[in-house]
Design a protein around this ligand. Structure first.
Ligand SMILES: Cc1cc2nc3c(=O)[nH]c(=O)nc-3n(C[C@H](O)[C@H](O)[C@H](O)COP(=O)(O)OP(=O)(O)OC[C@H]3O[C@@H](n4cnc5c(N)ncnc54)[C@H](O)[C@@H]3O)c2cc1C
Length: 392
């Protein structure tokens, strides 16, 4: 029998997280744009300092690495509550996928140097994968790292690097051997963003905010201790990082909250004498979204059951990634449509509805089907790995 219930211990933990968030977040908290502007980033950093003493920055990491040693299911509960309460989450690349990659491939020195900074909330990381000519076809990246004595010298450019303007360190991929097939000549580096020769130029996205950046490297030196794993084996570690990245397990909890708020709004708002929620079109639309959110949640749980057995989810994580990102867009579209013209007003308008959340998410969710691999790439993975269809 498949039983999706949480244990009483896990339910008690959920209450504990809720109680903590009630205390830790301001009473008028409406949510965070996760580091989009300087003020929210600064608040995100402060918030990490509230999580750190509880070892809740990375609750499921082993205690020796500064985690709380919680089970994966407790991590799920925690992630769901954080997402539902829209808690700030500013070091997700480090906690979600770099840290686990270092734990698998890093030397003892690298673990000692980097893991503690993540769990103390003091070191913020960004991910230097994409380049102007290498996104979906990441292995064609051109940024070069050339060995020079005990160092590597890096030249090239990254793009779309989220949080690079705030980050202390970057994990990046660079070509170390240009004369072998492209997947076989890439290495994985850990780079101090204060190193001389790095220039960061913000890119303004369609919300008018500077979420991601271009990063330029001009003869940047990385010591050999910054090479993660073996030289020229970076591609294989990079895909592990991506599998962790796509196993985002909590998005549906954030969507649930937004849908609940939309439903409550429709129940108390009348149009032409009728409550919005009593209109069949609205009722069916929200019911459809409710189905989708629940399906996504259950498929995310399937990914957890694989992680529990030490399997690295692959096309299974891609399925969840497609549902999360495309579902977010469908929810945003529904919100905008149901709220009508009010739905299009920005959060600072006096006439905005539901804090302008749907206007915001309508724009920010555009990137979610591109980031961490586009929906087309996820479908390629699902088709080849899941269905066994030939790769083109
Ligand atoms: C909000 C956001 C944050 C990001 N943050 C980061 C970050 O922190 N670090 C980082 O390194 N990158 C980051 N990225 C970049 C992201 O990883 C890339 O944008 C993504 O991999 C797509 O690459 P591209 O933009 O070069 O598009 P391209 O690869 O040029 O793709 C263009 C179009 O062609 C389609 N396409 C390409 N190849 C195929 C194929 N084989 N089959 C079918 N269709 C295909 C794509 O789906 C897409 O629709 C971020 C992106 C966004 C939107």
């Amino acid at each position: 029998m498949v039983d999706f219930r949480f244990t009483s211990q896990q339910d008690a933990f959920r209450q504990e997280v809720r109680g903590f968030l009630k205390e830790a977040l301001p009473p008028d908290w409406v949510g965070s744009d996760n580091a989009i502007d300087e003020e929210s980033f600064a608040y995100g950093r402060q918030f990490l300092q509230k999580l750190a003493p509880k070892r809740w920055i990375a609750p499921a990491w082993p205690q020796e690495y500064g985690g709380a040693g919680l089970s994966l299911w407790e991590q799920v509960v925690y992630n769901e509550e954080m997402a539902y309460h829209r808690a700030p989450l500013i070091n997700a690349p480090a906690v979600g996928y770099l840290g686990p990659t270092i734990m698998i491939y890093g030397s003892e020195e690298q673990k000692a140097q980097h893991i503690g900074g993540i769990t103390s909330g003091e070191v913020i990381w960004c991910q230097g994968y994409s380049e102007p000519g290498a996104g979906s076809d990441l292995a064609s990246l051109q940024t070069r790292a050339v060995q020079d004595g005990d160092d590597f010298i890096i030249n090239g450019q990254k793009i779309w690097t989220s949080q690079a303007h705030y980050a202390d360190w970057m994990f990046l991929l660079a070509r170390t051997d240009p004369d072998v097939p492209k997947h076989k000549g890439i290495s994985y580096f850990l780079l101090d963003m204060k190193s001389p020769g790095i220039a960061v130029r913000p890119l303004i996205n369609l919300t008018g905010a500077g979420g991601f950046n271009e990063v330029f490297f001009d003869n940047v030196r990385v010591p050999r201790s910054g090479l993660l794993g073996e030289l020229n084996r970076g591609w294989y570690m990079a895909t592990t990082t991506l599998d962790f990245e796509r196993s985002n397990l909590s998005t549906s909890a954030g969507m649930k909250r937004s849908l609940e708020e939309l439903v409550a709004f429709c129940a108390e708002t009348r149009s032409n004498g009728q409550r919005l929620i009593d209109k069949a079109t609205v009722k069916h639309r929200v019911a459809e979204l409710w189905i989708e959110i629940n399906v996504t949640r259950l498929l995310a749980y399937r990914v957890v059951t694989m992680q529990e057995r030490s399997l690295v989810p692959n096309y299974e994580a891609s399925i969840v990634k497609v549902l999360n990102s495309e579902g977010n867009q469908r929810l945003a579209r529904a919100g905008i449509q149901i709220l009508g013209l009010y739905g299009q007003l920005a959060p600072d308008s006096p006439y905005t509805r539901l804090c302008g959340r749907f206007e915001r998410s309508y724009m920010t969710s555009t990137g979610s089907t591109i980031a961490a691999g586009t929906s087309e790439i996820q479908r390629n993975i699902i088709a080849s790995r899941g269905l066994g269809l030939p790769r083109y």
